[in-house]
Design a binder for this molecule. Structure first.
Ligand code: HEC
Ligand code: HEC
Ligand code: HEC
Ligand code: HEC
Length: 431
């Protein structure tokens, strides 16, 4: 899109910019299953660096991870590391972030290059309630941006009181972040706030409202797909600045920061080291059915096997190996056989015959069928296409079901699947 060399041109002399992210919920980077996916922490620097550090404020509003499992903890640490590399100024911890942070022994000034604020610190918490950065515009104007967060489950007036040392006048801009699922947002006194960032209502951050005095109410984004941007335009002679909101999609053509690309590899390594795929919760397979692997079908279904071998399902696990995600339980499930069952794939070493989207992924465990030499039908559990070809992981699938179905054809006569309409072949062959 735009090159970084000309980037300073995107921020005129009388302008500063606030960049904000939040509600990443563990999306460090898009899975890469389909083209056109937005996001990736490794693409953020290219956007932030369009504005010089002295004229920008980079913040994260919190909720970095989805839950509190082992993988979430790894992600939390990786996010904290990433905020440092990306030169964030300040991050706001939500209630659940604070719990995780204290479990992990994270405290402010613990070697991070950014500050941490929270509305939810206990009395002895080391995290501050608010943060201030001094901004110097190229036109010579100097002002402060104050930032604080409040929890929407608690009384907003009480929380806001005393947060900002100066009122919305003179030489400061006040930004308030609202977190949690409560209903505070509408009740915040906008007389003291220039910019209110409320919880997301969609993946893309959006301007909800501009007050009569020009203050903005913005809903944050989700899953790191976009970066929110608020330009503070403050010419020499005007008393108060004008605020302008925009959202920047993190498209695939935006340059990746090499340090963050490396950090993602560290993440993949950590996930592998603690053996998360072996800890994946699994259902017990009923009736002692066993997955035998695609090779066990070959002797009787040579034609089908040959056809399948030429198609992408048959190397789905190698695809993960190529990108280094073969130990990530968030990836493996759709790229192997039976990951959710005790009889299914666990690791390449233990269950090499169950790698890839093999025959039994769709036809079910083959033990009874094989032992009976085809007399007993293959059984459930059988996965339907849409269990893996979801809108997130297979963007094109929904509109092209027929094409997808035709592409996997490996049977000798054309067989219509229950949920897919396939053209009837009028041709009749007589033997
Ligand atoms: C010992 C030979 C043999 C082996 C091994 C075998 N099959 Fe079959 N299979 C048959 C026969 C015989 C039929 C029924 C005749 C037909 O329709 O072609 C059949 C039919 C099928 C069918 C259609 C009927 C149904 O059960 O839904 C599917 C699907 C199938 N096999 C899948 C598999 C898979 C998957 C494997 C490997 C796990 C496998 N087969 C292994 C012999 C075998
Ligand atoms: C267990 C998950 C899973 C199921 C179930 C599944 N797929 Fe896939 N499919 C994948 C994965 C993973 C890939 C990508 C493999 C690769 O490229 O490494 C893929 C790739 C494909 C492709 C190749 C796409 C292309 O553009 O060439 C087609 C076509 C396809 N699947 C069709 C189907 C159909 C039709 C069904 C249902 C009958 C189905 N899939 C069921 C996981 C699944
Ligand atoms: C819900 C199931 C699902 C999950 C989870 C999943 N994938 Fe996939 N993946 C797919 C499907 C389906 C395709 C084929 C998409 C298509 O062609 O329409 C695919 C394709 C891919 C491809 C091939 C893309 C190409 O065009 O060559 C890569 C790489 C990939 N996945 C990586 C990952 C990684 C990394 C993760 C974990 C972060 C992951 N997948 C998690 C279902 C999944
Ligand atoms: C992505 C899912 C998927 C995979 C993987 C897959 N199949 Fe199929 N298979 C289907 C679908 C869908 C059909 C056609 C509709 C039907 O008959 O159920 C089919 C049809 C068949 C048939 C003909 C069924 C009949 O009733 O005559 C056989 C035999 C078969 N597959 C065997 C295999 C073997 C062997 C493999 C592995 C080498 C395999 N399939 C891999 C989905 C899959």
């Amino acid at each position: 899109m735009f090159s970084i060399a000309s980037a300073e041109g995107l921020c005129p002399d009388d302008t500063a910019a606030i960049f904000f992210t939040g509600n990443d919920r563990g999306e460090l980077k898009p899975c890469g299953c389909s083209g056109g996916q937005l996001g990736g922490i490794d693409r953020r620097s290219a956007v932030f660096d369009q504005v010089n550090d002295s004229r920008r404020l980079v913040i994260d509003t919190g909720s970095f991870v989805e839950g509190d499992g082992e993988q979430d903890m790894i992600k939390f640490n990786i996010m904290i590391e990433a905020f440092g590399i990306l030169a964030y100024d300040v991050i706001n911890l939500t209630k659940s972030d604070v719990e995780i942070a204290s479990n992990l022994g994270l405290s402010d000034g613990n070697g991070q290059s950014f500050k941490i604020v929270t509305s939810d610190g206990s009395k002895e918490s080391s995290f501050a309630r608010s943060f201030t950065k001094k901004i110097t515009l190229k036109n010579g104007r100097i002002f402060n941006i104050n930032l604080a967060g409040i929890d929407s489950n608690k009384d907003s007036q009480k929380q806001v009181k005393g947060l900002f040392n100066s009122k919305k006048s003179g030489d400061s801009i006040n930004i308030l972040i609202v977190t949690g699922d409560g209903k505070t947002a509408g009740k915040v006194d906008m007389k003291v706030v220039d910019c209110l960032i409320i919880p997301p209502s969609s993946d893309e951050p959006a301007l909800q409202k501009t007050t009569k005095t020009g203050a903005l109410v913005i809903s944050g984004g989700r899953f790191g797909k976009y970066i929110g941007r608020v330009d503070i335009i403050w010419p020499k002679k005007t008393k108060r600045p004008q605020l302008k909101f925009s959202s920047v999609p993190l498209t695939e053509d935006i340059e990746q920061n090499p340090s963050l690309v490396e950090l993602y590899k560290v993440y993949q390594q950590l996930v592998a080291e603690v053996g998360l795929i072996e800890k994946h919760p699994r259902f017990k397979m009923e009736e002692n059915l066993i997955y035998l692997g695609s090779d066990s079908c070959k002797s009787c279904h040579e034609y089908e096997y040959e056809k399948w071998s030429q198609k992408r399902h048959s190397w789905a696990y190698s695809t993960l190996e190529k990108v280094g995600s073969q130990y990530d339980p968030e990836c493996v499930g759709c790229h192997v056989v039976g990951f959710d069952y005790d009889m299914g794939f666990t690791t390449e070493d233990r269950t090499p015959h169950l790698r890839d989207v093999g025959c039994e992924t769709c036809h079910g465990p083959g033990s009874e069928h094989v032992v009976s030499e085809g007399y007993e039908k293959t059984t459930m559990p059988q996965l339907a296409c849409t269990e893996c070809h979801t809108p997130e992981h297979s963007t094109d699938y929904a509109d092209n079901e027929k094409e997808y179905f035709e592409k996997i054809e490996h049977w000798q006569e054309q067989k219509p699947a229950e949920d897919v309409k396939v053209k009837e072949e009028p041709k009749e062959t007589e033997e």
